[in-house]
Every structure is written in structure tokens, then in C-alpha cells.
Design a protein around this ligand. Structure first.
Ligand code: FNR
Length: 366
């Protein structure tokens, strides 16, 4: 049987759904409560339209850029998504290899099923470490030290999860990490629990209870005292918090609603990006994630002032479908689509993409 050719990243979701156990697919795919924000994360892009400029020589289009001083091939990076081995036996290692081959950044989740060290040795790419803060600050210090030692280039501190959002699919499915996997970053000898004392699912439940709901701005300062790595705050949705983040000396901001998995009825990140970019006044880089599925989505984010975007679900779905190869294809399809969008809009490099290349509902109202 001839396999039908995959022509865009959205198609991987249906393949993943067919391949994965329902509990795993639902965990990856779903959002919290009414999943209003989940739908809005996609719909919001449909309300932004393009204003292409014509008769510009687009025989060469340059997608390269830099993030925190590191050269990357395109402004599309990989967001942290937990427990990737449920999607594919190679899990985070496959993702790291695909990111490295594509010349872009992979962000490794604290809740990964591969360790910091394993991922670092998977390839030569640029790695960021996503940090969750546990009640036991020693655990946090060890994670950060390990990431530094393994050559990770930045800490992505997730700030939109002081407590866990309510994903009703996960409640119905009684979601837990299958016992044959484990949260490798949170294992003995690092954390003080013996490996045979606990299987993956028990470990998973244990650490869900260890997230520190007291996490606050003082901890951002504290984090700066334990690491010299640049810190990105992931999960900012207001100009007010962006301004505070700058006062606290962070190196960048990721505008994000956690893929609609935390607070429901927050706007799509793309809808608040511009207010945050304005508040930041170019002092630090602003990135965005949530619902990015097309090159045109990336273009819109850049036109609204983002320095780059991150993708979450397309990675786990393509990983489930085709492993490393799938993730490579996702990155390539998005890159090709962005290049096409730029060419058809008359932009030969990322700095040529301006606010005038799009219009939004608020522009129409004016
Ligand atoms: C996530 N996300 C996430 N974020 C984070 O900071 N730490 C984490 O461990 C996870 N884990 C995770 C698992 C899964 C399955 C998903 C889908 C998402 C959120 C993620 O980094 C990102 O913000 C969103 O996934 C972006 O939205 P899209 O691209 O999935 O629409």
C-alpha cells in the first residue's frame, strides 16, 4: 500500500491518535476544563491576515537568526514537552537529534523520560533546560547544576504552573506514567529515592505533589544566585508581568499559555504577544508558543514582534508517528512554509518582516 504523503504538520495528529493508547494520546492532545483556550490557540491565527508586498527580488530568502547569542537556522524551536518516551522508544533522544540536525534549539522538560546527561550526549545541538521548581530546593539546585555541567545553554523557568491545571481527559483516563518509564531527571542518586523503591507511575504521582505553589518573584532572584545561565520565563501573558520580569533581570520571555493545559479562558498567546512586546521595549527577546502549525503562523508571530516561536504538540505527534524522522520532517515543513510565506510576502530576511505585513481585527476596527 502506498503511504499517503504527509504535506503539513497537522496531519501527524491523526496518525498519532491511531497509534497511541488513548490515555497517552489524550494526555498529549488535550487542554484543561472546557478547552476553550485550546481551540482559541488555533482560531486566533485565523483572525490575523497577511499584507504581502510584491515585486521584491526574493530569489534568496534568509531564515537564520540567533537566540541568546546562539546562531540557529530558523526562528522555530522545540518547546519542552514531558514524557516523550510514551510517544516513541527513543523519546527525547530522537527529538534532540532532530533539533540538532535542523540547526535549532531543543528545550528539555524537567519531567522528561530521558535524563539531562543522556540528551546532552545524543547530539551536538543547542539545548535549553526547562525547570519546574519543587518544594525541595536541593532538587532544583541539582537539576540546574546538572544542566550546566551537561552544556545546556539556558534555563527556561516555567511560571504558569504553581499548581496543576485540570485536564478532564486525564482525570477520566486516570492518567499516569506507565510503569516501564521513569522521570529520569528525578531518579536516584539525584533525588534520594532508590530506583527499585518506585516505578514510573508512583514516581510521577510523587513529583506532581512536589511542585511548589509558593513559587514567586523572589525565587527568580534566587535562581539567578545558583546559576550563571540566562533565564527565560515561560508562561507570561500580561504586559504587567513582562515589566516585572525585566526588573528582575531575566534574559527573555516566552509568551505562552502552556498549550492551553493550565488556566482555561486565557487568550491565545499570539493575541497578547503585541502588548507584551510593547511593554518589553526591546530590552529582552520575546518568544511565543501555542498553536503554531504553519509557516504563516510563524510569520504572524514575527510580524507581531516575536524573536522566535516554539512548538509543542507537533513534536510529540510526529515522534509517535515516525520517531526522529517525523520530528525532522515537522521542522523541515515549518521551515519550508516560513520560507515560502516570506518569499510570497516580499521578505528576504527575518528583519524584513514588519507589523505592516499583517493586519488584525484591532487594525480593522480602527
Ligand atoms: C507541554 N508543555 C510543557 N511546558 C513546560 O514548561 N514543561 C513541560 O513539561 C511541559 N509538558 C508538556 C507536555 C505536553 C504533552 C504538551 C502538549 C505541552 C507546554 C509546552 O511547552 C508548550 O507551551 C505548548 O505545547 C505549546 O503549544 P502547542 O505547540 O502544543 O500548541
Amino acid at each position: 500500500r502506498m503511504e499517503k504523503q504527509i504535506t503539513n504538520v497537522k496531519e501527524y495528529e491523526a496518525i498519532a491518535k491511531e497509534k497511541l493508547p488513548k490515555m497517552v494520546y489524550d494526555f498529549y492532545a488535550s487542554g484543561s476544563e472546557d478547552q476553550w483556550t485550546l481551540k482559541e490557540n488555533r482560531d486566533a491565527f485565523s483572525s490575523i491576515l497577511l499584507r504581502p508586498r510584491i515585486l521584491i527580488d526574493v530569489s534568496k530568502v534568509d531564515l537564520t537568526t540567533s537566540v541568546l547569542g546562539f546562531e540557529i537556522s530558523m526562528p522555530i524551536m522545540i518547546a519542552p514537552t514531558s514524557m516523550q518516551k510514551m510517544a516513541h522508544p527513543q523519546g527525547e533522544l530522537a527529538t534532540a537529534r532532530a533539533a540538532s540536525a535542523a540547526g535549532t534549539v531543543m528545550t528539555l522538560s524537567t519531567m522528561a523520560t530521558s535524563s539531562i546527561e543522556e540528551v546532552a550526549s545524543a547530539g551536538p545541538g543547542i539545548l535549553f533546560f526547562q525547570l519546574y521548581v519543587f518544594r525541595d530546593r536541593n532538587t532544583v539546585i541539582q537539576l540546574v547544576k546538572r544542566a550546566e555541567k551537561a552544556g545546556f545553554k539556558a534555563i527556561v523557568l516555567t511560571v504558569d504552573r504553581p499548581v496543576l491545571g485540570r485536564k478532564e481527559d486525564d482525570i477520566k483516563n486516570r492518567f499516569s506514567l506507565p510503569a516501564n518509564y521513569s522521570l529520569r531527571n528525578l531518579e536516584e542518586p539525584n533525588i534520594g529515592k532508590k530506583k527499585d523503591e518506585t516505578d514510573g507511575s508512583a514516581q510521577f504521582c510523587h513529583f506532581l505533589g512536589e511542585f511548589d505553589p509558593s513559587l514567586n518573584w523572589k525565587d527568580v532572584k534566587w535562581l539567578q544566585t545558583i546559576t550563571s545561565l540566562p533565564i527565560l520565563l515561560k508562561g507570561i501573558l500580561t504586559a504587567e508581568d513582562a515589566r516585572i520580569a525585566i526588573e528582575y533581570g531575566v534574559s527573555g520571555i516566552i509568551v505562552s499559555n502552556h498549550g492551553a493545559r493550565q488556566l482555561d479562558y486565557v487568550p491565545a498567546a499570539i493575541m497578547v504577544l503585541e502588548e507584551i512586546v510593547k511593554a518589553v521595549q526591546g530590552k529582552v527577546a520575546v518568544f511565543v508558543d501555542g498553536g503554531i502549525r504553519r509557516g504563516t503562523d510563524v510569520f504572524k508571530a514575527l510580524a507581531l514582534g516575536a524573536s522566535g516561536v516554539f512548538i509543542g504538540r507537533p513534536v510529540v505527534f510526529s515522534l509517535a508517528a515516525e520517531g526522529e524522522d517525523g520530528v525532522r520532517k515537522v521542522l523541515k515543513m515549518l521551515k519550508d512554509e516560513l520560507q515560502l510565506t516570506m518569499a510570497l510576502s516580499g521578505c528576504t530576511s527575518l528583519k524584513h518582516i514588519t507589523r505592516h505585513h499583517i493586519f488584525t481585527n484591532s487594525d480593522r476596527a480602527r
